[in-house]
Design a binder for this molecule. Structure first.
Ligand code: AMP
Length: 399
């Protein structure tokens, strides 16, 4: 049992940093995807069930100068109340100051208060200590359940920790699950361990690949970034995506992998298109012999077969980034096939983690989210975790 689960929050005010940064419809300001709110419910519910009260703080969007109606967390109140089974959610239209302090102090056991957007104060992102101290006064204990912002040393995600003794700092259940899943892959991986790295750019993924070269047995590289590797090896890639300033990096990665006995798998063939469009003409081609005027927009059938075999033999699988332009139907076959292979390996006992950005969108879109071991809610945070960085939001609770 974890520290959070073991703790009894009866008669305590838990100040919980959540990630309610959800997308809102531009005109109606209705929530269009409530995944992040849903993910925080078990943590909130546990405190309430214990007989504690909950003070929720979050950011929403990127307000520039102070309060803006479209970024107000008041738009979340009704939906949150619904997700909590109709419980009243009190709202303070400022996250610090008199109203917040008064409402927080009057909160009774079993009650919930949501504070206004933290980022209406510049001090939040600056990690201002005085601001963090004001926030800290609202609760008896601090719970960090905002994995999505764990890579930021902001006032409410990290700096606030110094105003609570260690025994009064907790990870919430979501944060615990994210950290456990990441640790399972980074430090307790059973081998063979395959990392599947895709997406658009090599430059975005260099650090994660370098860190994984120390840990994985196999690295599968797909998506747009594969063509920089293809060209670096002397292949012809037509007008496929390529970062010419990263050709040397690609060569170095291939050399390092060889020295460390890590197998790098590049797509043998590609689905190619005559333009970057949903209605493009398509064909298949070896990935290192793409005709002029054509571009690789998905991995081809041979690559699917080889990659799937590698994945199915694995005991640990990490997936970050799609294999092709999966947003367009003609170029989603590769990503879908990889999702199937990851699901199959999971069924045979592998631990699989899908984390970081678009691969999460892809498994959700294809309905594979419950067929893998864990789908991370934190894009940038999970990526930085896998780059081997120490996340301030995690360190703040542990130190
Ligand atoms: P990332 O955010 O780096 O994981 O990249 C995801 C984006 O990469 C998605 O929007 C994909 O459409 C895009 N992508 C994947 N494969 C390709 C490709 N072969 N050519 C161009 N873009 C791609």
């Amino acid at each position: 049992m974890s520290k959070f689960s073991n703790h009894n929050f009866a008669n305590q005010k838990a100040l919980i940093r959540v990630d309610f940064n959800v997308p809102l419809d531009k005109t109606t300001l209705e929530i269009t995807d409530d995944t992040r709110i849903k993910a925080a419910i078990p943590t909130i519910q546990k405190v309430l069930n214990d007989g504690g009260s909950v003070i929720l703080m979050s950011h929403l969007g990127r307000p520039k100068e102070g309060p803006e109606d479209k970024y107000s967390l008041k738009h979340i109140v009704n939906h949150l109340s619904k997700l909590l089974g109709g419980k009243t959610v009190f709202f303070a239209n400022d996250c610090i100051g008199e109203q917040a302090t008064l409402t927080a102090s009057m909160l009774k056991a079993g009650e919930v208060l949501l504070l206004e957007n933290l980022r209406f104060y510049k001090e939040e992102e600056k990690g201002d200590e005085a601001f963090a101290q004001k926030l800290s006064k609202l609760g008896d204990v601090w719970v960090n359940d905002a994995f999505g912002t764990a890579h930021r040393a902001h006032a409410s995600t990290a700096i606030i920790a110094k105003f609570f003794p260690k025994e009064k700092r907790f990870f919430g259940l979501l944060m615990e699950a994210e950290v456990n899943a990441a640790e399972q892959v980074l430090h307790k991986a059973q081998k063979p361990f395959t990392a599947i790295i895709g997406g658009a750019k090599v430059s975005d993924k260099i650090l994660i690949i370098e860190n994984l070269l120390e840990k994985a047995t196999d690295i599968i590289i797909g998506g747009g970034m594969a063509y920089t590797f293809m060209k670096a090896r002397g292949g012809k890639i037509g007008s496929s995506l390529c970062e010419d300033d990263r050709l040397q990096t690609a060569i170095e990665i291939l050399e390092k992998a060889k020295a460390k006995n890590v197998s790098i798998h590049l797509p043998e063939d590609s689905v190619i298109a005559d333009k970057f469009a949903a209605d493009a003409n398509t064909n298949t081609s070896p990935s290192d012999a793409i005709p002029d005027g054509w571009m690789g927009l998905d991995i081809g059938p041979k690559a699917v077969g080889i990659f799937s075999e590698v994945i199915k033999k694995s005991k640990t699988v990490l997936w970050n980034g799609p294999m092709g332009v999966f947003e367009m139907q003609k170029f989603q076959t590769g990503t879908k096939a990889i999702a199937i292979a990851v699901a199959e390996s999971t069924q045979s006992g592998a631990f699989s983690l899908v984390g970081g950005g678009d691969s999460v969108a892809a498994v959700n879109q294809f309905g594979f989210n419950d067929k893998v071991s864990y789908v991370s809610t934190g894009g940038g945070a999970m990526l930085e975790y896998f780059e081997g960085k120490i996340l301030p939001g995690i360190a703040a609770v542990n130190e």
